[in-house]
Design a protein around this ligand. Structure first.
Ligand SMILES: *[C@@H]1O[C@H](CO)[C@@H](O)[C@H](O)[C@H]1NC(C)=O
Ligand SMILES: *[C@@H]1O[C@H](CO)[C@@H](O)[C@H](O)[C@H]1NC(C)=O
Length: 383
């Protein structure tokens, strides 16, 4: 009897939640996908060309972020580009899906209409499509269950991938990067190493916003306990959005003053380790900024899927600490041998140079990951 009741509750609850989705007009819940089920390998047997759906006139009013323009430009100029959908293996949308925060200026409203306007045979319910996304959801809960449009069976390349929204081996986890991240740049030759790297001024640092309330505030609220103003510098500001004063707590004034006394670049370039706590979402710009400065990231962002985990072994290039263990970070870092620190720093630099140093390199690596899956698949068939 009890089991039946709870079964009935589950059914009722799932009916309610389905109703909730349908009341928004479109069913945007994703069907779980693996390459074997949702990707048409036959399209890729002779080449791995990339096709970009055009933007028809009616959609041209939609904003296009500088980042998405740069990503599309890279693919358009690459040797993989084709303007013939019939010979394409991978498809991209011309409309910008990178920012799905309805409050953001780069939010694009009519993505569903855009998709409906595509040739259904080419859209093919999203098969072999790659959808880019950097921001999902909005205040207060930053819901990551859907992007507000029907992605069908498309792969999603996203910056705040988590255990909850990411299909392993199918989606691609991306780093978050600024629109002024280098378009293209040569890897750094290791001249920096001649500087005496074994002693950076600060062991570990963090300079950033503190959320006084809401999702993501937990970790950033406690890093001040690690501040010693000497080799551990943790400074936060409460100043963000226009309404911060309404919510400020009794630490804010002191914190804001201390914050102003430290230089972000100095901390990044002169720290051995840099904290990368989650923000409102799991991924942050800081991760790439940290690596770019030769600082070893200490990631505090539970269930975040690090960028390109499919190809990068982050265990040799970053430290990942559970949010509940954040206060034990000094102990952890101080107990590390100099040799271990040097190895981490070398790997971190190699990873940055190899996969993350420019928009071109990042875009290209997304394609490399999918290509590799295709090659592995055909390799398996031959066996
Ligand atoms: C780097 O610093 C360490 C520790 O202070 C010192 O032993 C070493 O000689 C220095 N190396 C160079 C190249 O200056
Ligand atoms: C790093 O520290 C050195 C030595 O204190 C200083 O000269 C340099 O300006 C600092 N780097 C930055 C980017 O501030």
């Amino acid at each position: 009897m009890k089991a039946n009741q709870s079964m009935a509750t589950i059914i009722l609850m799932s009916m309610l939640s389905l109703g909730g989705i349908q009341s928004q007009g479109i069913n945007t819940e994703r069907k779980p996908c693996k390459m074997e089920d949702c990707f048409d390998f036959d399209r890729c047997s002779s080449s791995k060309k990339v096709y970009i759906h055009p933007m028809e006139k009616i959609f041209e009013v939609a904003p296009q972020s500088a980042i998405y323009s740069k990503i599309l430009k890279y693919f358009q100029e690459s040797e993989h580009y084709t303007n013939n959908p019939n010979e394409a293996c991978i498809f991209l949308l011309g409309i910008d899906t990178t920012d799905r925060d309805v409050r953001s200026q780069n939010y694009v409203k009519n993505v569903n209409e855009y998709i409906d306007s595509l040739d259904p045979a080419v859209w093919n319910n999203g098969r072999n499509h790659l959808i880019f996304n950097f921001y999902h959801g909005t205040f207060p809960d930053y819901d990551d269950h859907n992007l507000g449009f029907d992605t069908g069976e498309a792969m999603i390349a996203r910056a705040s991938s988590s255990e909850n929204n990411f299909f392993k081996g199918f989606d691609v986890s991306l780093p978050l990067f600024h629109e002024n991240h280098p378009d293209d740049v040569e890897p750094k030759v290791k001249i920096d190493d001649q500087r005496n790297e074994s002693r950076r001024k600060y062991l570990v640092s963090f300079k950033g916003k503190r959320y006084v309330y809401g999702i993501g505030s937990g970790t950033r609220n406690l890093v001040h306990h690690l501040h010693n103003g000497d080799d551990m510098v943790m400074v936060t500001t409460c100043k963000h959005n226009n309404d911060w004063q309404v919510y400020q707590d009794d630490r804010c004034q002191r914190d804001n003053d201390e914050y102003d006394q430290w230089d972000y670049e100095d901390l990044l370039t002169n720290s051995t380790f840099c904290l990368v706590p989650r923000g409102r979402r799991l991924g942050s710009f800081r991760f790439l900024e940290t690596l770019r400065s030769g600082c070893i990231p200490v990631v505090i962002s539970d269930s975040w899927i690090l960028p390109f985990t499919e190809t990068i072994d982050w265990s040799s290039a970053a430290i990942v600490v559970a949010e509940r263990d954040a206060l034990s970070i000094p102990e952890l870092l101080m107990s590390m041998s100099r040799r271990k620190v040097e190895k981490l720093r070398d790997s971190a630099r190699d990873v940055y140079d190899g996969y993350l140093r420019s928009i071109k390199v990042i875009s290209n690596h997304v394609l490399t990951i999918i290509s590799k899956r295709i090659d592995d698949h055909s390799g398996n068939l031959e066996k």
